[in-house]
Design a protein around this ligand. Structure first.
Ligand code: FEO
Ligand code: CA
Ligand code: CA
Length: 652
């Protein structure tokens, strides 16, 4: 064991080593938490999915694979003992039963109606749901975060039509596909009774405390109950009861509004022309001057039952309205659901939701209202490794009518303002959260924040938890829930419902050869920057994915870092090894395993992205021709499945 929790969470990180529990004590504690997380989740999942969480027999040593070097090649590079297979590219048929399977047109001339039956663009967070006793037959729920309209249409955005708006909306949302492996080869099942596409126009429902609130009512939905579509679905999560949580991140970019946005619009980053999607020109829903409440209908976590293609997706208002990066779910000691969520923007916050009720056996049917009742908290990271979860509950503290919050619904709809009011800690872009399957310890990526330290606002200066000004490299923080007594006594007990926690850094990212000391970081092993995707495998190894923006890649402090990558780290020792590097101009995101850990699925997002805003339709392969090669029409985001050539455990 590398570090016991008592030692790890001493107030003076790495300095004060007094009063550690003995290794035996820590072992006992680990075993206890194991019972509370992995095993409890398995029990709740029901019999067939027991396999999902039972740890498969593992042959080989964790981190035993051959690490790969940094790369600037236009290729996906995996260790020599592994093979990667492209499974589901933008434009590939989703396989919806009875709906047809239009082939992808390499010149991007598919109609919007065809796009509704094909993979969306820009794959992001993703979860695998086993279907039966065969661990290698299951469903993949895949987010399609956004579109590059320079590549989505044959002539890009040169002309602009209602059909192009519809195609862009159809290329957003989620895919559910059925996948199966035979003889080492995976395929997407055609005519699947599970397959579906959810888009920017799919009918949805609100549930939870904000449902029907005046701020959610529009002319098209006067009851404020039935929003349309989900957008900018970034990271995701899987619940212990078998549903997919998809998260609406930069939804503000789709709306046009007045030249000077009102304070609530400004707090969520809305601008006069949004991010230039131009949907409002043909779809008034996205004109916030005409439909000022429509933006309130985005920024939620959406629950989808992947097993039921007729289910109406539910926007869970109890989880707050932010720019949701992800929703990582675990269980408290007493069996309630705990959902960790980042709000990915500079100086935004980390949240968690603790359900009122316990998770029940019986899948989604038995847990349909679980995410509607509970307490939402936001994190305050204090000095010396202490932290506190601050409740966002109407009537408490300044969250009152005089403080600008007339009800719990308003606290949730104006969640960022509520978090401001309670004094949450401004973080360096909170991205993914991962919970250790055995210990319950929580890890969070803070991707970067070059604005840290600029200006004179003390809340924007480097602090204990965000320790570097001009933080272009990002970091990973870890915490353990519960009251920690430090050197005076026991370490925190790890109960996810706790209102206090003890934190420390896992790694400050960087290049040890960088000129400036603050860009060098503290990684033990292979270097990386801008960590984003984060996931544990069932064996407790931590997988880290990077999202260096195309404007920073290969330049300045990033000049030695190559393309975006995925690494694997041992949380006990910190040892980190690079597992893959992506093709030119992509980000690596989405990571999910089959229960037997013989395959890992990842997403290559936006291969070939240029440093300008959108691809050039006259020269779509300027940066990359991945994955179709030089004879293909344009680069395409894709889901890739990776396995050991000998069929062994991934990560060994
Ligand atoms: Fe969509 Fe925060 O990355
Ligand atoms: Ca992300
Ligand atoms: Ca990112």
């Amino acid at each position: 064991m590398g570090q016991g929790f008592g030692k790890a969470y001493e107030p003076e990180e790495g300095v004060n080593t007094a009063g550690n529990p003995s290794i035996h004590e820590v072992d006992g504690e680990r075993r206890h938490v194991l019972r509370c997380t992995t095993a409890a989740v398995a029990l709740l999942m029901g019999s067939h999915t027991l396999t999902a969480h039972a740890v498969a027999a593992v042959k080989g040593k964790p981190l035993g694979f051959t690490g790969v070097p940094v790369s600037s090649a236009d290729a996906l590079v995996v260790p020599p003992e592994y093979e990667a297979q492209v499974l589901y590219r933008w434009g590939d048929a989703t396989g919806i039963a009875g709906a047809g399977a239009p082939a992808f047109s390499a010149d991007a001339s598919n109609s919007w109606q065809e796009q509704l039956l094909q993979s969306g663009m820009h794959h992001d967070g993703m979860e695998y749901f086993p279907l039966d006793k065969n661990p290698r037959h299951g469903l993949l729920a895949i987010n399609h975060e956004y579109t590059d309209d320079g590549l989505l249409h044959s002539d890009g955005m040169k002309t602009w039509t209602v059909e192009k708006v519809r195609k862009s909306q159809a290329a957003h949302g989620v895919s559910v596909i059925e996948v199966v492996e035979r003889g080492g080869v995976w395929r997407v099942m055609p005519n699947s009774r599970y397959a579906r596409r959810i888009t920017g126009n799919t009918p949805m429902q609100f549930s939870g405390p904000a449902t029907g609130h005046a701020l959610l009512k529009t002319a098209a939905d006067p009851e404020g109950m039935r929003p349309l579509g989900t957008l900018n679905n970034c990271a995701a999560g899987q619940t212990p009861w078998g549903t997919f949580l998809t998260c609406e991140e930069n939804w503000n970019g789709y709306f046009a509004t007045q030249e000077k946005p009102n304070p609530d619009e400004a707090r969520y980053g809305m601008r006069a022309k949004g991010f230039g999607y131009r949907w409002h020109e043909f779809d008034e829903r996205f004109d916030a001057v005409k439909n000022p409440n429509e933006p309130h209908r985005f920024g939620w976590v959406v629950e989808i039952d992947p097993q039921d293609p007729t289910q109406t997706p539910i926007k869970r208002t109890a989880l707050g309205r932010i720019k949701h990066e992800g929703a990582t779910t675990t269980l408290s000691r007493d069996g309630r659901a705990v959902v960790y969520m980042g709000d990915d923007e500079r100086f935004e916050y980390v949240y968690k939701f603790v359900s009122r009720d316990k998770v029940k056996p019986g899948g989604y049917k038995a847990n349909k209202e679980l995410l509607d009742h509970g307490t939402l908290y936001v994190a305050r990271f204090d000095a010396q490794g202490y932290g506190r979860w601050l409740p966002l509950v109407h009537g408490e503290g300044s969250l009152t009518a005089t403080g600008g919050f007339a009800s719990q619904a308003e606290v949730l709809i104006k969640c960022r303002q509520a978090a401001d009011a309670v004094g949450a800690t401004k973080m360096d872009r909170p991205e993914w959260v991962a919970v250790h399957p055995n210990t319950g310890e929580v890890f969070l990526t803070l991707t970067n924040n070059s604005a840290r330290g600029q200006g004179s606002d003390p809340a924007r200066m480097a602090d204990a938890s965000n320790p570097r000004n001009d933080n272009i490299m990002g970091h990973i923080i870890r915490w353990r829930e519960g009251k920690g007594q430090g050197s005076a006594g026991r370490s925190p007990d790890g109960d996810a419902s706790a209102t206090e926690f003890r934190w420390m850094h896992f790694a400050l990212a960087g290049d040890p050869n960088a000129g400036k000391a603050e860009y060098r970081g503290s990684i033990k092993g292979d270097m990386y920057g801008s960590p984003d995707g984060l996931q544990f495998d069932a064996g407790g190894m931590l997988w880290i994915q990077t999202d260096v923006s195309t404007s920073a890649m290969h330049k300045g402090a990033y000049s030695g870092m190559g393309n975006n990558m995925m690494l694997c780290a041992d949380p006990a020792t910190g040892e980190t090894k690079r597992f893959l590097t992506g093709p030119a101009g992509c980000e690596i995101t989405g990571v999910t395993f089959t229960p037997d850990r013989r395959a890992v699925f990842i997403n290559i997002q936006h291969p070939g992205e240029t440093s300008s805003e959108r691809g050039d339709p006259a020269n779509p392969k300027a940066v990359s021709h991945w994955p179709d090669g030089p004879t293909g029409g344009r680069p395409r985001s894709a889901t890739v499945v990776i396995r050991r050539k000998d069929g062994g455990t991934v990560g060994t």
